[in-house]
Design a binder for this molecule. Structure first.
Ligand code: FES
Length: 212
């Protein structure tokens, strides 16, 4: 397996990230410096090819004068932190109730079929990791996949398969609704508050000739 494995031993921020870390810490009063743990974890994960190792958590604990276990508690609570090596492309499928009610089972099945792996697994070539996550906070556009800090929404089996195939082909997929819907507006023509409908929505609806 060719993962983005890096030395899981010693870790320190790159010179550029050290400068960033010093500036970031200035945003917090001295007595609340530990609140900087999340941005530090995020930046460290970026530097470490997508995952947070134990030495990273120890390094951040030292930087912020906090107990290592406190850093670990944060890193293990939020699904955006990966505690083991991940592939180049991390696909996060939300399966919490609103997404489930809107078909996340089909989305998950399409991902598993197209990638040949299950949740928590990485493809043999180290390209893809598939993760199951809790509510991504975009329930209004359920079901949702999070990928590279963007959301891909209103998915079904076909659009999910097309989404994965596009990533494999190195194509850029526009984020947001994948069913033609405009943001979180009604899929068809607005039926209420028409005077307040965004111009972009009306334009999008007109171009599709929707009569709903
Ligand atoms: S339940 Fe999936 S985004 Fe909220």
């Amino acid at each position: 397996m060719t993962l983005n494995l890096v030395d899981a031993g010693a870790f320190e921020f790159s010179p550029e990230n050290k400068k960033w870390a010093a500036e970031e810490l200035k945003k917090y009063p001295d007595s609340y410096r530990q609140s900087c743990v999340m941005p530090y974890l995020h930046r460290a994960q970026e530097q470490n090819h997508g995952w947070v190792s134990i030495p990273i958590m120890e390094y951040i604990a030292d930087l912020l004068d906090m107990a290592y276990i406190r850093v670990h508690e944060v890193a293990s609570f939020y699904s955006m932190y990966n505690l083991k090596p991940v592939g180049k492309h991390v696909i996060e499928v939300c399966t919490t109730t609103p997404c489930w009610l809107r078909g996340s089972d089909d989305v998950a099945a399409a991902c598993k079929k197209e990638l040949g792996i299950g949740f928590g697994e990485t493809t043999a070539d180290g390209e893809f990791t598939l993760l199951e996550v809790e509510c991504a906070g975009a329930c209004v556009n359920a079901p949702v996949i999070a990928y590279k800090e963007n959301y891909y929404e209103d998915l079904d089996e076909d659009t999910t398969t097309a989404f994965i195939k596009s990533i494999k082909a190195g194509k850029v997929v526009s984020c947001g609704p994948q069913n033609g819907r405009f943001k979180s507006c009604p899929k068809g023509r607005a039926t209420t508050l028409k005077d307040f409908a965004p111009k972009e929505l009306l334009k999008a609806q007109d171009s599709k000739g929707s009569d709903k």
